[in-house]
Design a protein around this ligand. Structure first.
Ligand SMILES: [Zn+2]
Length: 302
């Protein structure tokens, strides 16, 4: 069975860059925010990272999803990956019919992605936003997939600064208005996504859950990639050698994520040691200190 490496945690944590690097491995395929493929498929403003609409993209075009995707199925997917559905998964209260529909759909999608590039591992970075907090749990318990969770954490102040000073990915791309409550949402969103990822990730068992700070990945990519290779069993050296040679990495065919995905190729930039949060308004720094200060320290940030 194809292994799924699920990059969980809050947005703006570096998952797009990590996704791209991993996707350049000879036995790994990165697909980005796979959970949103059915919606993106029919939205003309949303295209694959290669720039083509999904139905015309060389990677995705042969995927035999119902066209247009069945609205009831999309509704079911959204419902089953939400936080409010998590108790039903944990208590085994999901209807067989729904589990089977979910499993059949996910099996088809992951099998397609893996077969397209003959990969042993597919990287899904749907993360743990409001709509996808329970996704990796649903993939494991309902779709019965071989899921490994990488909990990617980034300094909460840096994340908040990235969201509030430069705007969210979706807002930048013109899909939603930046909310006036963006500060509150960012602070509690960061806390919520990380707390739920930690709680649910551990439920998958210690062999299936790994925490990685994005800053540690940038400071020592070899160490981080070796830890990841132990988590889900791939040979990390080919990526490490390419990073050491400062090579370019192709951005591939990703769904959603940071705009760097449209650059065609990227190089891993060296870690910049600057203080985070200094471009935030004092009110936002205060807000974050109240909501997320403790958790930020727990993850080792000052
Ligand atoms: Zn594409």
């Amino acid at each position: 069975m194809t292994k799924i490496l699920y990059i969980a945690g809050y947005g703006r944590s570096g998952s797009t860059v990590l996704n791209i690097i991993l996707g350049n491995h000879s036995s790994i395929t990165s697909v980005g925010e796979l959970s949103f493929l059915p919606e993106d498929w029919t939205n003309h403003h949303r295209v694959c990272s290669c720039g083509a609409p999904y139905h015309a993209c060389e990677f995705w075009k042969d995927l035999d999803l119902d066209q247009p995707p069945n609205p009831q199925l999309i509704q079911l997917l959204r419902k089953m990956e939400k936080l409010s559905f998590v108790p039903r998964i944990l208590l085994g209260l999901v209807k067989d019919k729904d589990s089977q529909a979910y499993r059949a759909y996910q099996e088809k999608l992951f099998a397609y992605a893996a077969s397209r590039a003959e990969s042993a591992v597919v990287v899904d970075s749907s993360k743990s936003a409001r709509d996808t907090v329970g996704r990796f749990l649903a993939l494991r318990r309902l779709a019965r997939q071989d899921v490994y969770v990488l909990h990617l954490v980034r300094n909460g102040l840096a994340t908040m600064e990235s969201l509030l000073v430069t705007g969210s990915n979706w807002a930048i791309e013109g899909h939603v208005q930046t909310s006036k409550w963006a500060g509150l949402r960012a602070a509690f969103g960061w806390v919520g996504a990380n707390v739920w990822t930690a709680l649910l990730g551990r439920m998958l068992g210690p062999r299936r859950y790994l925490v990685l700070r994005y800053e540690d990945f940038l400071a020592d990519p070899s160490k981080a990639l070796r830890a990841l290779s132990r988590l889900c069993g791939f040979e990390a050296e080919e990526l490490i050698e390419r990073i050491n040679r400062d090579e370019w990495f192709s951005t591939g065919h990703l769904i959603g994520g940071n705009r760097v995905r449209f650059q065609g190729k990227i190089r891993l930039e060296k870690h910049s040691q600057r203080r985070y949060g200094d471009r935030l308004k004092p009110w936002h720094r205060f807000l974050f200190a109240i909501a997320g200060g403790g958790l930020n320290r727990y993850y080792g940030y000052e």
